[in-house]
Write a protein that binds this ligand. Sequence first.
Ligand SMILES: Nc1ncnc2c1ncn2[C@@H]1O[C@H](COP(=O)(O)OP(=O)(O)O)[C@@H](O)[C@H]1O
Ligand SMILES: [Mg+2]
Length: 233
Amino acid sequence: MDDRGHAVTVEGVSLVYGSGAVAVQALDRVDLAVRRGEMLALMGPSGSGKTTLLMIMGCLLRPTSGLVRLLGHSISDFDQAGMARLRLAHVGFIFQSYNLFPALSAVETLRMTLQLKGWPAERARAEAPRLLAQVGLADKLDSMPAQLSGGQKQRVAIARALAGDPEIILGDEPTAALDWRTGRGIMELLHDLARKRDRSVVVVTHDPRVAELADRIVTIADGRIAPKEEVPS
Ligand SMILES: Nc1ncnc2c1ncn2[C@@H]1O[C@H](COP(=O)(O)OP(=O)(O)O)[C@@H](O)[C@H]1O
Ligand SMILES: [Mg+2]
């Protein structure tokens, strides 16, 4: 497959959890290419393989078979540490369960993330509040996760995914904990990044209103990408 203009390419990817009698085929020969500058919504019933596919695109999980390319790199050329470096350099991942470190305030979370990405402490100190303000948390800089609502924790997780301006942003139901207005604001922010900064965004969602804000909707069922509906002529 021609890789030009694509940030992430998944080709014939299958993923089997476990083995033998308890094996679960979560993905079955999935093909998907996400362009630079594109925002894609991934929909499908619970258990259809959305999180698994997102984790594979984010270098958090290696497929059982098939090819994955990230910005031209084939991930089969990398060991675990190499995959982690690729992820740190190029991917912002928003976990469904937030994954915030309980002992760090919002602004400390952002500072630490930037420093992990190689930013000098001074620059990280200046950038962290800006990232939180961007998601509407300018007044929560020093709050600890336990002091934040689900929606506010989600927004810290979103700001963390945007830290360092990664080329690829992957969100696992990033707006599920937010009210519609806040969720739409976040989707518009992500869409702007895609369009104006040529980033690639993939968002898993159950909400058709959220999906409609994307450039393209892909549906997955039973580990397979549903074929596009025929357009009647
Ligand atoms: N760590 C795991 N071990 C075994 N089975 C798993 C694991 N994670 C997911 N699964 C199974 O793989 C399938 C796809 O799961 P998942 O990707 O989480 O779907 P979705 O995000 O669409 O709900 C489901 O049948 C789920 O039960
Ligand atoms: Mg899921």
